[in-house]
Design a protein around this ligand. Structure first.
Ligand code: ADP
Ligand code: MG
Length: 284
């Protein structure tokens, strides 16, 4: 297409809150055959709430407060939810020392001399050598260990975005053959969300590198990948079109993205493909 057409497409998308960084990306969008999505904050609102505190061998309030003491140093949406619930139910959250985060796994820190580990089952196993209990089926579990002892989990639920299901349908109408969820979360909650979202292919319990591999080996190309930014920079960079979504997205993700959606609305990802097709005159 002529440069004039590119310019038209880029300004049309900019008006829709879709910043396309280079004209070549409009063509990639127009031809996309696989659309992959991060779950938390992308298919869902990314505002999980603690729905249950399941404590064993220790009071629920204490488990919640110690978990929050470590989580207050994380930018992960799950961490925010834990801190909010602790403040609401228990009170002031104490500070922690020697806090470290393993991205997409969880946290570790020392609170009043006690070693607190919070995160997914794999993180607990690696940091403490103890198995976490099986968590809830349709919710995300943040497991907690204190001084090497497993003390329970917090169940968190995150709502599917209102626009997610229609966005998947719109992508299929635009020629996308496969929609894919890539998540570090558990299989149970991933399947639960995917079924309601109308996602074709679910990949759960992935490490950040597994997400990159899933994108690199996707058979139907080009591949577009949409993420909200938290931990998503490498996988956005691996896609043919990396799309960072939401005002909340990290700047690292926005930098490694080819397209930035500046509004908190997943349907713009499908809109971007439609605009690409119109601009490039690619058949539907
Ligand atoms: P997603 O793929 O859904 O965006 P992430 O890759 O960001 O999820 O994280 C994967 C999983 O790692 C989470 O579902 C959670 O179990 C765990 N996790 C990551 N960060 C934290 C944290 N700060 N506190 C507790 N758990 C965490
Ligand atoms: Mg994420």
């Amino acid at each position: 297409a002529a440069p004039v057409a590119f310019m038209g497409g880029m300004s049309r998308s900019a008006r829709a809150g879709i910043i396309v960084k280079s004209s070549g990306m409009l063509e990639q969008l127009a031809r996309a055959r696989t659309a992959a999505f991060d779950k938390t904050g992308t298919l869902t609102y990314g505002q999980p709430r603690v729905t249950e505190v399941h404590a064993q061998g220790m009071g629920a309030d204490e488990v919640l407060l110690l978990a929050a003491a470590v989580e207050q140093y994380s930018a992960h949406p799950l961490a925010d939810a834990v801190v909010e619930r602790a403040r609401q139910d228990v009170g002031e959250v104490p500070s922690a020392e020697d806090v470290t985060e393993v991205p997409a796994h969880g946290m570790r820190g020392v609170v009043s001399g006690r070693v607190v580990v919070v995160g997914n089952a794999r993180h607990i196993a690696r940091e403490t050598g103890r198995e976490a209990l099986a968590g809830p089926e349709a919710a995300t579990a943040v497991h907690v260990a204190i001084d090497g002892r497993y003390v329970g989990y917090l169940a968190l639920a995150d709502e599917l975005r209102a626009e997610t299901r229609a966005t998947m349908a719109s992508l299929h109408r635009a020629g996308v053959r496969t929609t894919m969820m890539l998540t570090g979360d558990g299989t149970g909650v991933a399947r639960h969300i995917a079924a309601r979202a109308g996602i074709d292919d679910v990949r759960a319990e992935l490490l950040p590198q597994d997400k990159v591999d899933a994108i690199r080996t996707a058979p139907l190309r080009p591949v577009m990948m949409v993420g909200d930014g938290v931990n998503d920079a490498p996988v956005l960079a691996a896609a043919d079109v990396g799309i960072a979504m939401g005002a909340r997205g990290s700047s690292a993700a926005s930098e490694s993205a080819d397209v930035v959606i500046t509004v908190d609305d997943l349907s713009r990802a499908a809109r971007a493909v439609h605009i690409g097709k119109r601009t490039m005159c690619v058949a539907w």
